[in-house]
Design a protein around this ligand. Structure first.
Ligand SMILES: C[S@@+](CC[C@H](N)C(=O)[O-])C[C@H]1O[C@@H](n2cnc3c(N)ncnc32)[C@H](O)[C@@H]1O
Length: 327
């Protein structure tokens, strides 16, 4: 199990986008400490509440509800209509403002959503999600076969990059969970970063999840096959049939033994230019003259393997003169 990603330190100094609340406006008595200048939050939207220690809390706003933390309560109605970048105070039972914690209210990033959303299956962590987009060369309109979809973290990332995603998931409960997570994501404004309906609607329409065993085959033609499941070597022959020439096969695996097995299957196939890598993410502490790597880092999470469909199946490879590409 991977450690959670570090959130970094977020200082609560007044930024250029935030302003003190004028006396005449809703202020301390309602819990506002500072009113931001961003787009106001809407009912039903997700908001990220960041406390003074930089801890991130993902909250879906619903009128009439409240967010409860160990250091007080914030009414959702306080946040609904508040501009992004506002700072609010969690009110404690004794209503003594000195005891309440301060929270900065922002729209969550995709990484915040992935780390904060409900999970059935283990999600791929953001550092690897970003790397997969480049390694698999995901582009707007790319037809991607993804399997298994798990909690939908990779699906959201592919959709946000503009891909059309067909997901094969063997477990119905996970398929439903992923669809719910993706629907919440695409309707929340996080999908396109601005809440505009066009991209969100397109991303929503571009997602089709089927309850299927990908080891049994793939129907249709795809530009990319992206896998996060235990035995992707069973999918290599199906990907050979389903991918367009030059298409990319990408598998994410936690162990090097699994990775070696998928590489063997790729070496026996029409794929070439195979490559395996991992990403390590180390943040730095930078404060005045104190500059050093943070003590904790997100180290090994998984191996990413890619290969390109080059042509015919090389049962010929073992006896041919020419070496296959990339080996
Ligand atoms: C680690 S999870 C995927 C997590 C996902 N990438 C995410 O970011 O949320 C692996 C998923 O593969 C599914 N799975 C396993 N074998 C499968 C198969 N043969 N066909 C389709 N899905 C499969 C599992 O049910 C599980 O949901």
């Amino acid at each position: 199990m991977e450690p959670p990603e570090g959130n970094g330190d977020i200082e609560f100094e007044p930024g250029p986008e935030s302003q003190p609340v004028p006396e005449s406006q809703p202020g301390p008595e309602t819990g506002h400490l500072r009113v931001g200048k961003g787009r106001p939050f809407r009912d039903g939207e997700r908001v990220l509440l960041v406390d003074r220690k930089g801890r991130h809390n993902l909250v879906r706003l619903k009128s009439g509800r409240s967010y409860q933390s160990h250091s007080g309560v914030i009414a959702h109605d306080l946040l609904i209509g508040s501009p992004e970048g506002s700072e609010v105070l969690a009110l404690t039972k004794d209503a003594d403002r000195r005891n309440g914690a301060r929270y900065l209210a922002l729209r969550p990033t995709l990484a915040d959503v992935v780390l904060g959303m409900p999970r059935g299956a283990q999600v791929i962590y953001p550092k690897d999600l970003g790397a997969i987009l480049i390694a698999a060369d995901i582009y707007p309109g790319a037809r991607v076969l993804e399997s298994g979809v798990g909690s939908g973290a990779l699906s959201m990332t592919l959709l946000r990059a503009g891909a059309e995603v067909t997901g094969y998931e063997i477990r119905e409960d996970f398929a439903r969970g992923a669809q719910a997570n993706v629907a919440a994501f695409t309707s929340s404004g996080v999908a396109d970063g601005d809440g505009g309906p066009d991209v969100s609607t397109r991303a929503h329409l571009a997602y089709d999840v089927q309850i299927r065993d990908v080891y049994s085959g793939i129907d249709g033609a795809y530009d990319r096959v992206v896998l996060d499941l235990p035995e992707p070597w069973h999918v290599v022959p199906h990907a050979e049939e389903a991918l367009v020439p030059g298409g990319i096969f990408c598998a994410y695996l936690p162990s090097i033994n699994q990775t070696a097995e998928v590489r063997e299957a790729l070496a026996r196939s029409a794929f070439g230019l195979a490559e395996t890598f991992e990403t390590l993410r180390r943040t730095w502490h930078i404060e005045g003259r104190s500059v050093r790597p943070d003590l904790r880092m997100v180290g090994h999470t998984g191996f990413i393997t890619t290969a390109r469909l080059l042509g015919e199946r090389p049962h010929r490879r073992r006896d041919e003169q020419a070496e296959p590409f990339g080996e």
